[in-house]
Each structure stands twice: as structure tokens, then as C-alpha cells.
Design a protein around this ligand. Sequence first.
Ligand code: ZN
Length: 543
Amino acid sequence: MLFVKLKDDTHLRFYLIDGHTHIGKEEVIEFGKKTYRTNLPNQILDFFTRLQFNLLRDMKKNPDYFHFLPDDPFVRPAGFIGGISEEISKDRFTGYLVDQFVTFPFNDVKATETVPQFQIPNDMILKRQQSPPFFSRMLGFVRVNPLDGESACKEILRCAELGARGLKLHPISQRWVDNVLDPRVCAVVITALNARMPVIFDCRFLKTAEDIYQLHEKIKKDVKNPNYGIILAHSGMEFNSDSLYQILNDPHLYGDTSGMRSDDVGLFFKKFSEAAPQTWSNNVIFGTDFNYFTIPQATDLLEYLFSEDLFNKIHLNPAEIQRVLAGNLMKILPPLDIFSSNSLDNVFQPPIQMRIIDVHLYSVTEPLAVEITRMVGKIYGNKSKKQEFDYISFDPFVSANGGFVDHTSFIAHIITQSASNTRFLLCLALPFDGGFGQKPDSIPPADHSENSLQNPSNPSNATNRLTEKTSELLEIPLSLPERFTYLVGLFDCNMPLSGLNLRVRDSENPIFKYLNETIPRDSIQIITQSDILPTILQNLLNT
Ligand SMILES: [Zn+2]
């Protein structure tokens, strides 16, 4: 997590997810000679560490360029991730500037060894996602070749059952860039979206972006999962085109930032925010494409996002930055689910499907909540070392439209491969206090009707909107209340966790509603000192 402050000393933090990295091994031609590109999860984390040093160095060296200044400390892990890493890997793998990262196979050397293709690299990704020390940070996407037809769809479902978080498609590498609307491509996209996996396409041309838009128009009636997303990697790369921004403004389409450099970064934000001033930030996802692209592109992107220039040009607010850095991706990436990912059943029936094993309520401040999550992480790290379970996921909560990531609230899914029903840990800042979390972000959900694309040539309109935006900013819940009711609980669950919008922090969340009606408030324990935490947490988590 990144900690910055404004020049008036307002402290802000941002949760970061890199939505685009690769691991594995791929054949490439360099200077006419055959060689290999390889990458591993620990190299991705080293890359985040270098990125952190670059950003800090430049923010210190050139404070006038930035709208934000580095806070002290500049980077810290989210509590649970920090606790787990401390215990499992003695903090050897850091890179905590970026909390979690999506990773998928290269066009791997082993991809064509199986029918359907990519089974070997897919298994490698799923295995890495499920092993220490990366399990709480890595979001494993798999890859198929749609031209494999029916068997590619079966491969997607096989991977979904094993916990795949999304699907990567590469029209150029798999040679169907001229046939994006092929029925086989449509079939794999529908299969993935209905298994609640977002789909990311390599998309480096406007023509491909247009084809993906058409594909989405064609298939959307067949998508049963309401919170789905299709990501255009590299955002089409033809940043001068006006029609690109109309495509990206579709509520289910997203552009990732990977590969943008220098002036293109400013051009992209300027043109998109002019085309869709109220909604652009709902449709952009931070991604680096490491290790195709490395430090220069990622640095340019992050530095411009925090720059005075961008702030002055589009009156960027922190909620918009948070959406780009993680919130948008979190909305379309449901909590980790295995064994039940093919079910689209989304009727929530506690206590039949969700049974409370043990729940405790504490009254805490944010630093104490962070300390609780760190200790919970340590206890689970220790249990993982003793092989009491196979792996554990980490899915933080996000506000209804992505502008606030609550790093103290998360679902951690404890997976034992042999058991079919599934236990999860919920750490949650409850909305019992003064409606906290009930209010969605102030910026309205995207109105994507024809008229919502604003005419950028009308400056008086733009000024009005800026004023509106400034007053709305005050309403945005960007931080937790000073003291709040915090729940740490264990649950048994025999329903698809991913079927409900369980990680969204608002009154629509059925878990909030259920807990609100079920949990007696008279047992809230007020905590003022962290030294009593280890004992109470050990007792709770050892049940
Ligand atoms: Zn890539």
C-alpha cells in the first residue's frame, strides 16, 4: 500500500493491484537470434520494489511536479499480507508498493504440448497461486486458444474449478486477430464470464478494440453474471482516436494502462476525461505488463497519476485514483471460490448456506484493526507452515464503485483441497456505526446512455462539472471512522462465495445485512491496547 499526503497534510493511502503481468517461459527472437523470455513471481515483486524506489526518489527530488508528497512510511503491506509474509517467508519477498498482482502465462514454450493448448502453463499458474509465499498476493489468470473450440471452453471450466481468477486471450499470438468475432472466441468469452472470470484481451490496435466492442454487443445477452468485465490490455494504444474513448466508456469494458509511455499517458487521461468526465475513472485499470514492459512505463504512469499537471487538468480526486489503482478490478474479480464456480445461483440463504462458527466484535481504531489483521495473518501463516490447510486467499472489500478500498476488511478463504465445503474468515469494519459504508461513493454510477459522452468543445459545461465534482468530493468515504465496530469471525459456507457481491461495502451486501440482523451488539469488546490481542485471537482462530 502506498501512503502519500497532500500539501495541506491530509493523509491518504492507496491499495494497488497490478492487473497485468506474465510468468513462465516464451521463445523470442532478439537481434535475429532465438532466445527465451522468462519471468517468476519473485521477479515481479522485485520489480515492484524498484518501482517504489524510483517513485520515492522522484517525489523527493521534484516535489513541484507532484500533487502528492510521500508520507512516512511511504509503503507498508496491508496488515494480513504483512503478517502472513512475516511468518512464512521472513519478509524476503516484499514489493509492498503493489499489494496484489494478476499474472498469466506468456505464449509459453509448453503451451502447444497439450490439446487444448495452455494446460501446462495454466497448471503452473494455478499451482503458484496456491503455494506459499505468494498465495495471498497472486491473482492467477489462465489462458486458452479459442481456436481449440469446445475443448478450450472445457479448459476454462477446469481452471475455474481450481480457482482461476480470470482469462487472458491473445488474438495476435494465437493468430485470430482478424477473426475476433469468430463463434469460438464468443464461446470462450461467454464461458469465462459466466464462471465469473474477467477476460483480458491483448489489444494494441483501435481495430481490435472495435472488434472487442462488437463481440461484447453480440454476447452480452448470454452473460448471466451481473458483475462482469472485459479488459482491453494496452487500451488499444491509438490514444489520439476519439472513438477509442467511446468504446472504453461501456460499463463492462475496461482499458488497462500497460505500455503507455511519456506523452501518451497524459494524452490518454486528457482525452478520456474530456470524452466522459463523470465516468472515465470507472473504466481504467492499472497494469504494467511486466516483463514485456518494465520500469520506464510503470514509472511514467504512476508519476503522472500523482502529478500536479493531471490534478490541474481534470481535477482528479483520490477516489478516481483508487479506482484506477485497484477498485475497478476488484469490482469484477469476485472473492476466490473453488468447487462451486460454475454455479450462478445467487440467492443468499443464511443460515442454511452460511453457518457462523465463531464471531467476535471489537471496538477499535484503525491502527488497532491493522494490528488485528497483522496478527491474524501471522497466526494463519503459522498454520500454513504446519500444513493445517493448503492455502489461503485474501480479498479486501471495496466501495460500491471502487473509490475506497478498506484494507482492514477482507474475506480470507481457507482452502483444504480434500474438503468440499469451505471455511472462510471474515475481518470486517461493520457499518453499525453511523451508517459507515452504507453510502456509495458520491460520483454516480456510470450513465452510459448516448448523451453521457460529453461534448468536450463546450468549456462552460466542463467548468460546472468541476465545481460539482469538488463539492461531491467531501462526501466520499475515503477513510474509516475514528473508532468502529470490527468483526473477526469464522464461517462455514456451502454456497458460491463469488455468486454474491460479497466484497462490496454497501447496504446491498447480503452479509452486512445478515450480520446486522443476527449479531448481538451487547458483546462488543472495547480494545485500547494491542497487547491483549494475541491471546484473544489465538483462542478464536484455533477453534
Ligand atoms: Zn502482456
